[in-house]
Ligand binder design. Structure first.
Ligand code: PLP
Length: 395
């Protein structure tokens, strides 16, 4: 082990979205925050070194991306995921949600239906509704403790006129890493009905053994032709605030349309720090990531075991990837308001509350596992103790 993921880094008073908003969001500053999806760990040493060197230049002028930048991306996907991306398929974007929103605007008609599979990362709803489209929900089916796609209902939505689908692969919040077979069945439907897919694959690098990630666009040329894949090094290497992200499409028409809008909004210019950080991450981040994944897996096992021992009413869904643990707390018999009070007032922890991911996820919570084992232990102890007190009617 070269990297010490147990090292505590005090993120309070660092303008941290996660650590410095507890008073404002949850009414108390002494909250253990395990909600928004960034990690409490330092990223790969090569990224820090590249950023320090870059900062030391002192002249923060307009910046370009060189061939090395695109090479770093394409070699990563080839090396880690056996997916061949051509540099000319890549469009730069400041963020995945920005790209999702642009894609909804560009690749669907106002007032039309856009499919998502709930429960899902909540900005999926916003980018549909805020662009004046209609959410066409395909709720995931809970089968043998994990989510499956409802293909029959998907086809009904497509027959009903939905021509755009937002896919989350791997899936947040359930931690499903869709299998090749899952995606092939989806692929058959999109080909049959001529549906465009915007596939958010931001969590692709964080998958556990036995659950390989399959890029949706890698299934066939025909499927790739109907797909825009949204990717970023931000989750993998813990650099979301650098705003480095990119969209990949082998369909030249999609790419042209997307690039044109990015340019119109002047979103095509890059940040001074992005190229060097992205190159360092993709060229030199393998070893760090290979040590991080078992640490997260260990946190997942620790949390699952702790909950089944101390709070058996709560059922964790076993994730196949991502650093998110989705827990079914319906056994506690609390409504949304009571669950929030349990977290924020009684336990002093902040997990993400489930209903924001979809109405069917009321009674669920999502725990961000990308923290030190000690922080996780602290949060779980507090949560389970407070829940036990609520159960015994002491609160
Ligand atoms: C599925 C998914 N997409 C997108 C994002 C955010 O991406 P960005 O910060 O690049 O907009 C997240 C962050 O949690 C996520 O889980």
């Amino acid at each position: 082990m070269t990297h010490n993921f147990d090292r505590e880094i005090n993120r309070r008073n660092t303008n941290s979205y996660k650590w410095d908003q507890s008073e404002k969001l949850f009414g108390s500053s002494d909250i253990v925050p395990l909600w928004v999806a960034d990690m409490d760990f330092e990223g790969p040493p090569a990224v820090k070194a590249a950023l320090e060197k870059r900062a030391s230049l002192g002249v923060y002028g307009y910046t370009i991306k060189s061939e090395d930048y695109y090479k770093a991306i394409t070699s990563w996907f080839q090396r880690r995921h056996h997916w061949t991306i051509q540099p000319e398929w890549i469009s730069d974007s400041p963020g995945i949600v920005t790209s999702l929103s642009l894609a909804v605007d560009l690749f669907s008609e106002p007032g039309s239906q856009v499919i998502l599979q709930s429960p899902v990362y909540y900005p999926f709803y916003d980018v549909i509704k805020d662009n004046g489209r209609v959410v066409a929900k395909n709720p995931l089916l809970l089968q043998n403790g994990r989510y499956e796609m409802d293909y029959a209902h998907l086809e009904e939505l497509m027959q009903g006129g939905a021509k755009l689908l937002l896919l989350c692969n791997p899936h947040n919040p359930g931690g499903r890493v869709w299998t090749r077979e899952d995606l092939e069945r989806l692929g058959e439907l999109i080909l049959k009905h001529g549906v465009t897919v915007i596939s958010d694959e931001i969590h692709c690098d964080m998958t556990f053994e036995g659950h390989p990630y399959t890029p949706f666009a890698s299934l066939s040329k025909e499927i790739a032709n109907l797909t825009v894949t949204l990717l970023a090094p931000s989750k993998t290497f813990n650099m979301p605030s650098l705003h480095a992200s990119f969209a990949v499409s082998s369909n030249p028409e999609f790419k042209r349309t997307f690039d044109k809008r990015l340019k119109t909004l002047s979103l095509h210019m890059t940040n001074f720090f992005v190229p060097c950080a992205v190159e360092a991450a993709f060229n030199e981040g393998d070893a760090w990531l290979d040590e991080l994944i078992p640490y997260i897996y260990g946190n997942m096992e620790y949390a699952s075991n702790y909950l089944s021992e101390h709070l058996p009413e709560v059922k964790p869904m076993r994730p196949e990837g991502t650093y998110l643990l989705w827990i079914d707390c319906r056994g506690l018999g609390l409504d949304v308001k009571q669950l929030k009070a349990l977290m924020f007032e009684q336990a002093k922890v902040a997990f993400s509350e489930g209903s924001v991911f979809g109405t069917e996820a009321q009674g669920y919570l999502r725990i961000n596992l990308a923290c030190t084992r000690r922080t996780l232990q602290d949060a779980l102890e507090k949560f389970c103790r407070a829940a036990a007190a609520v159960r015994q009617g002491q609160v």
